[in-house]
Design a binder for this molecule. Structure first.
Ligand code: 13P
Ligand code: SF4
Length: 334
């Protein structure tokens, strides 16, 4: 049985701890002409000091447009790398360099190059959740917010290879009808959502609408009233007249949802600890990589201007092409 009390997300840091740290961060930010970009999954206190909070697409667009000298990227490594690729002359810091991603780890550049060599007609579409070295091997980048639009714009004569998220790739194929060869990677946090536990929570909240991230499994996506990127989740919940939502993505997003829709109620879709019996313990989903960043680490990386993202020049140059192609196609009128 699901414990509904467990389905509410973590709250922010105590005010007496937050205020002095936030003041220090804002003062360092002004001195350095820095901008703080944060993903929707970051802890509440990081979202609260950020200049912009959004999904991977919004963060790339902000990184492409910024006039700051220093970018503090509060997200995971591939996101900070993307900001560096778009701003090779700026300093890009990531509060914790260990903040990786299971999708990125599933697709080493050497293995991708070997697969690409098997078909000269492959046109490689890479989900942004991959390393700069993988981006440098690809034709176009997509995010969950624009993957459908970009795949629809892909050259019709090419054989599409989609890397590294099998579930997102499957969802894009369902939406577009375009066949693609799929790399077998997944997001370890999103594949934890299970159909049965979601059905159990739905039965207890029959009026709630279910909103699912496309990195989730097909049978979980099938229960969604909306399947979309984290930013589109915010827009969907704001515009939909329903008052109660079950959210199947990383629970950090509930901070923004609650702030932007204060009159609505949000519940995390439940996940279970893999090593325990299903009835023992359920909890909100958290990406351990996204949660490596803390407000103290944000202050420290501004103080030290480290850890920095550095990339070899040939990778920076080659990886920029598919990202710029994505930004261009994304900006086309629909
Ligand atoms: P969004 O671009 O939808 O925010 O997704 C990023 C991500 O890493 C999801 O796990
Ligand atoms: Fe990667 Fe999944 Fe974490 Fe997103 S939630 S950063 S896809 S491991």
């Amino acid at each position: 049985m699901i414990d509904v009390a467990q389905m509410r997300p973590r709250s922010g840091m105590p005010r007496e701890q937050f205020e002095p740290l936030a003041a220090e961060i804002l003062s360092l930010k002004r001195q350095l002409n820095a901008v703080i970009l944060a993903h929707n999954y970051q802890v509440p206190e990081i979202q609260d000091v950020a200049d912009f909070v959004g999904d991977s697409l919004g963060l790339s667009q902000q990184a492409a447009a910024t006039e700051a000298d220093v970018i503090v990227f509060c997200g995971v490594h591939f996101m900070a790398e993307t900001a560096k690729i778009l701003n090779p002359d700026k300093i890009v810091v990531l509060p914790d360099l260990e903040a990786g991603c299971s999708l990125e780890a599933s697709c080493p550049a050497g293995e991708l190059a070997a697969l690409q060599a098997t078909n000269p007609n492959f046109w490689t579409v890479a989900y942004i959740n991959c390393s700069a070295a993988v981006k440098a091997l690809c034709d176009v980048i997509v995010t969950s917010g624009n993957a459908e639009k970009i795949v629809r714009a892909a050259p019709p004569e090419k054989d599409l290879l989609f890397v590294p998220d099998e579930n997102l790739g499957q969802w894009v194929m369902e939406q577009t009808g375009r066949p693609m060869t799929l790399w077998k990677g997944n997001c370890y946090a999103h594949v934890e959502f299970q159909r049965d536990s979601l059905l159990d929570l739905k039965a207890r909240f029959p009026h709630a609408k279910v909103v699912v991230h496309p990195e989730s499994l097909r049978e979980v996506r099938a229960l969604g009233n909306a399947v979309c990127s984290t930013e589109k989740m915010i827009t969907f919940c704001k515009n939909d007249p329903t008052r109660q939502f079950i959210i199947a993505t990383e629970s950090g997003i509930l901070h923004r949802l609650q702030r932007e829709c204060p009159d609505k109620e949000f519940l995390c879709a439940p996940v279970y600890d893999a090593l325990r019996a299903p009835t023992d313990h359920c909890r909100c989903s958290e990406c351990r990589f996204m949660k490596m960043n803390t407000l103290e680490k944000v202050r420290d990386c501004l103080l030290r201007l480290s850890p920095r993202i550095e990339l070899p020049a040939p990778i920076l140059e080659r990886a920029r092409l598919p990202i710029e192609r994505m930004l261009e196609i994304s900006a086309r009128p629909t």
